[in-house]
Design a protein around this ligand. Structure first.
Ligand code: ZN
Length: 399
C-alpha cells in the first residue's frame, strides 16, 4: 500500500483543493489540523473529534518523547492504537522546541514577534534560565520534568517519530526567532539543510517525510531554503520558523517560498491558524495548517463568532466573561450549527466559565473547533466554485 499520495482537485488563481491519502485514511485540503499536543486534543475526546469531522490531527514529538515516552507508545502499538484513533496523524519534528525553549523563551517571542507559543508547558517554570542549546549535531535540552539532559538530533527525531508511528512526520529543524539577525538565521538554515539530508537517510519508510523551509524573514535565505528543499525527495513541505515581525512579513515569506516549491506536493504552514491568516495564506497556496489557537482560546474564554459581530479587528471572537453576556439568551454564534450553539446560551456558558466548571472546557473547545473546521469547508468550496474572493470579502471586508 502506498504510504502517501496527494492529488490536486480544483484550482482557482494560485489556490487549490486536494486530497491527501495516508495509510490511515485521507483528508481534504486546504485543511486545518487540530493539535493534540500530548496525544489528546485538549478538552475533547475521539467521539467529539469524529463528530466535528476533523479528518487529521497533529501530535507533538517533543512532549510525547518526554511524557509518557515514545518507547512506551511504541509498546502500546503506536499513537493510533494508544489514542484509539483511526485517522491520519501528523507529528512535528520537535525542532520548534529548540527555539521556544531556548531563544524564544529568553526573549518572550514566538513565530511572529510578540506572540508567545508555550502550549503544553504551562506547568513548567522556564523563566530566567536557558533551557536549550543548539549545535551542529542537534539540540540539548534540560528535561523540564526531571532536570535530566535530553539530546535531540535528526536521527533521534526520526527514531522517536518512528516509534510514535504517525502517518506524516517532519524533518528535524532549527526554528529561529524574529529577533535573530541574518547571520545567525543563515547559520541555522544551513544546519537545518544538513539535518534534512540526515532525516532523509534515517526516516522510517512507512511514514511520509516533510521537509521544513527555514530562513526567517530574509528573502534571500527563504528562497535558498525553498530551492534546497524542493530538490529533495520529500513528500511535502512545511514552512516554519520565524515568520517576521508582522502579518505582512508572513505573507511576503509565502509569496517568496510557495512558487519555488513543487506544484504536486502539499505545503504546510506550521503553527498558524487565525481566521484572517487562513484566508490570506490559502490565497497564497497553503494547503495545510495546524494551530493550538481554537482550543487554547476556548479555554481562556475567547469564543469564535462569525461576521458581522466577529470582525478582523476583534479577531472574530468574543470574551464570554464579559458582563454583557450575563443574561444573553443567544447562542455563542448565531450562524453556528454545532450542538453547543443549538443547546446552550451565552449566559449559560458564561456561568460555566466563571464557575470554572469542567464542562465549559469541552463545550468551548468543541464550538471553536467546529467554527474553524466549517470555515475551512467553506473555503474549500469557494475555491471549487471560484467564489473565494466573495467569501473573503464577506469575512475580512477586503480582498
Ligand atoms: Zn457553535
Amino acid at each position: 500500500m502506498k504510504v502517501f499520495d496527494f492529488k490536486v482537485k480544483d484550482r482557482f488563481e494560485g489556490m487549490r483543493t486536494g486530497v491527501v491519502k495516508t495509510r490511515h485514511g485521507k483528508f481534504k485540503t486546504p485543511v486545518f489540523v487540530p493539535v493534540a499536543t500530548s496525544a489528546t486534543v485538549r478538552g475533547l475526546d475521539n467521539r467529539d473529534i469524529d463528530e466535528l469531522g476533523a479528518e487529521v490531527i497533529l501530535a507533538n514529538t517533543y512532549h510525547l518523547h518526554l511524557k509518557p515516552g515514545d518507547e512506551l507508545i511504541k509498546k502500546m502499538g503506536g499513537l493510533h492504537d494508544f489514542m484509539g484513533i483511526d485517522k491520519p496523524i501528523i507529528t512535528d519534528s520537535g525542532g520548534f522546541q529548540a527555539f521556544s525553549l531556548g531563544f524564544g523563551m529568553e526573549h518572550g517571542v514566538g513565530k511572529i514577534a510578540n506572540n508567545i507559543f508555550l502550549e503544553g508547558l504551562r506547568d513548567v517554570d522556564y523563566r530566567g534560565e536557558k533551557w536549550a542549546f543548539v549545535n551542529d549535531s542537534g539540540v540539548r535540552f534540560k528535561n523540564p520534568y526531571t532536570g535530566e539532559a535530553v539530546e535531540l538530533t535528526p536521527k533521534k527525531s526520526m527514531e522517536i517519530q518512528s516509534n510514535l508511528g504517525a502517518d506524516i512526520i517532519f524533518a528535524f529543524d532549527e526554528c529561529t526567532s524574529p529577533l535573530s539577525d541574518k547571520e545567525y538565521t543563515a547559520k541555522a538554515m544551513e544546519r537545518t539543510h544538513r539535518w534534512a539530508e540526515e532525516c532523509l537517510e534515517y526516516y522510517d519508510r512507512r511514514q511520509a517525510l516533510f521537509g521544513i523551509v527555514q530562513g526567517g524573514e530574509y528573502r534571500e535565505l527563504r528562497e535558498r531554503s525553498a530551492r534546497f528543499m524542493a530538490e529533495k525527495d520529500f513528500a511535502g513541505f512545511g514552512i516554519g520558523g520565524s515568520l517576521g515581525k508582522s502579518k505582512r512579513d508572513m505573507l511576503n515569506i509565502l509569496e517568496w517560498v510557495v512558487p519555488l516549491l513543487p506544484e504536486e506536493k502539499p505545503r504546510h504552514l506550521l503553527g498558524i491558524g487565525a481566521v484572517e491568516d487562513l484566508f490570506n495564506c490559502v490565497e497564497r497556496g497553503i494547503d495545510m495548517f495546524d494551530c493550538v489557537a481554537p482550543t487554547r482560546w476556548a479555554r481562556r474564554g475567547h469564543l469564535y463568532v462569525s461576521p458581522p459581530e466577529g470582525k478582523p479587528q476583534n479577531k472574530f471572537r468574543i470574551h464570554i466573561q464579559n458582563s454583557r453576556f450575563r443574561r444573553d439568551e443567544r447562542p455563542i454564534d448565531e450562524n453556528c450549527e454545532c450542538f453547543v450553539c443549538k443547546t446552550y446560551s451565552r449566559a449559560y456558558l458564561r456561568h460555566l466559565f466563571v464557575a470554572n466548571e469542567l464542562s465549559y472546557f469541552r463545550l468551548a473547545s468543541y464550538h471553536n473547533l467546529h467554527f474553524i473546521l466549517r470555515l475551512m469547508d467553506r473555503i474549500r468550496e469557494s475555491i471549487r466554485k471560484g467564489s473565494f474572493f466573495e467569501l473573503k470579502k464577506e469575512w475580512l471586508g477586503y480582498v
